[in-house]
Design a binder for this molecule. Structure first.
Ligand code: TRP
Ligand code: MN
Length: 448
């Protein structure tokens, strides 16, 4: 692992989950083209995120990482981006206000376009087709032609990421995220629910607190932290040619940064210690993460810590556990103890989504809100037991009023899933379920 690293050194390792691009010349052209385009994020921003994640590693802050399972080329609009941001801001403000702990906001957004698949093919209505691998690679339409990996999609993913990031920057720095607008993030279909009313009551309290501070003589107008947020982007670093093309040497430090996003993670299916994904991530100076499932051993996790954060930089490495509600109580504690005893300064985040996916009675891929919450509760319990800090949550959600996950405030049942089941990939929490979750996570954090 200690051999020379370069942005392309991953190519000499076995790379899991890479699309079978039939048009090799086209792939080379697309990657070369992206390599000539401006970076999407700036190295200094990635360093700032590492510094903020170091606060999480030290138990002084909480990470909220959230967004779509897979972004879509079709559902790409200002409204969709705004509504996703609204929900994330709402969750963040609930967590911040209820716990008094700073909350880092990291979106699964502006680059989350590639999906790992358990099988290279899938059978749809009796026809075997190449699997859908995300809009960065092919189209979801179930025809042979649509499923052919098209390298031009890499370029389109870049441009959509740039436009998304541009709007996010405008919203988060240009007034939309101002704390005086806390009521306006509450969308109509949320506001009419018990969670939404609870949110509105909290927003009233925030407004009162701001007026109180102003009345006390504190200059709330010129205090930028009340009017804007730092919002970071992240996605799974899956298609390594794309990531390589956006990897640039920082002129200030001489280090390499993957400038496709502030933070990158690798998945449970691509975390082989001698594999290409670990090789790629070890050489970029962004904060990086790795998903770990119930099969992960303490030795594997320690090897990942060593490979990806040999200098033990706090905030550099996040372990995102996705155990499933039924397994977290037995699988997580040994990992927490091993990493703690080895003295590795990791951020621990809970992905309560991917270990709790199943097929509904009506044949829909779904998750139950109660299982999601149970995994988070198990995550907190394990951390309190081991004396470690439950650093954050990693959630798949949307701002839309979809019906993809069961349960929650309006007790969605199996038959309701058909109403507005819109996801291109995994089932996401809707706006109401997300706000509900934020309140419950805040209570778990506060209870200790
Ligand atoms: N800037 C602070 C923060 O990010 C306070 C803040 C402003 C805020 N707007 C927000 C917090 C929206 C959450 C959501 O914490
Ligand atoms: Mn997913």
């Amino acid at each position: 692992m200690t051999s020379e690293w370069s942005p392309s050194s991953w190519q000499s390792r076995p790379a899991a989950q890479q699309p079978p691009w039939p048009d090799e010349a086209g792939l080379e052209r697309a990657i070369k083209h992206i390599g000539s385009l401006p970076p999407l994020v700036f190295a200094g921003e990635a360093r700032a995120l590492t510094a903020q994640l170091a606060q999480v590693a030290e138990g002084q802050a909480f990470l909220l990482q959230a967004g779509d399972c897979a972004e879509s080329f079709d559902a790409f609009s200002a409204d969709a981006i705004r509504d996703k941001l609204k929900v994330i801001l709402q969750m963040a403000v609930v967590l911040t206000y209820s716990t008094g702990v700073p909350v880092l906001k990291v979106g699964r957004i502006a680059g989350q376009f590639a999906k790992p698949r358990s099988s290279p093919t899938e059978t749809i209505e009796g026809v075997e087709l190449p699997s859908f691998r995300g809009h960065m690679v092919n189209d979801i339409v179930p025809t042979e032609a649509a499923r052919v990996p098209d390298p031009e999609r890499l370029v389109q993913a870049y441009h959509q990421s740039a436009a998304t990031l541009n709007l996010l920057r405008a919203f988060t720095k240009g007034g939309f995220a101002d704390l005086s607008r806390v009521h306006q993030w509450n969308q109509e279909f949320v506001a009419s629910s018990p969670e939404g009313r609870r949110y509105d009551r909290m927003a009233d309290h925030i407004g009162r607190a701001l007026r109180f501070m102003a009345a006390c003589g504190i200059d709330t107008v010129s205090q930028p932290s009340l009017h804007e947020v730092d919002f970071f982007t992240s996605h799974e670093a899956l298609v390594l040619g794309y990531e390589q093309a956006l990897t640039r040497e920082d002129s200030i430090t001489g280090r390499w940064y993957d400038c496709s996003a502030h933070m990158l993670w690798i998945g449970e299916r691509s975390r082989q210690i001698d594999g290409a994904h670990v090789e790629f991530l070890r050489g970029v100076d962004n904060p990086v993460g790795c998903k770990v499932g119930p099969g992960a051993t303490a030795d594997e996790v320690l090897a990942l810590c060593e490979a990806l954060n040999p200098d033990r930089v706090p905030g550099r490495f996040t372990l995102i556990t996705r155990m499933g509600a039924g397994q977290i109580a037995t699988r997580l504690p040994p990992l927490l103890a091993a990493v703690r005893d080895a003295g590795h300064p990791v951020v621990w985040a809970c992905d309560p989504m991917h270990g709790n996916t199943f097929t509904s009675d009506t044949g829909r891929k779904t998750r139950d809100f109660d299982a999601v919450l149970a995994e988070i509760a198990g995550f907190f319990a394990a951390h309190w037991d081991e004396g470690t800090w439950p650093g954050g949550v990693h959630i798949e959600l949307t701002g839309e009023d979809v019906t993809e996950c069961l349960g929650g405030g309006d007790a969605l049942g199996h038959a309701d899933l058909d109403d507005r089941y819109e996801t291109m990939c995994d089932p996401r929490l809707n706006g109401r379920q997300s706000i509900d979750l934020a309140f419950q996570v805040a209570e778990l954090l506060d209870r200790h």
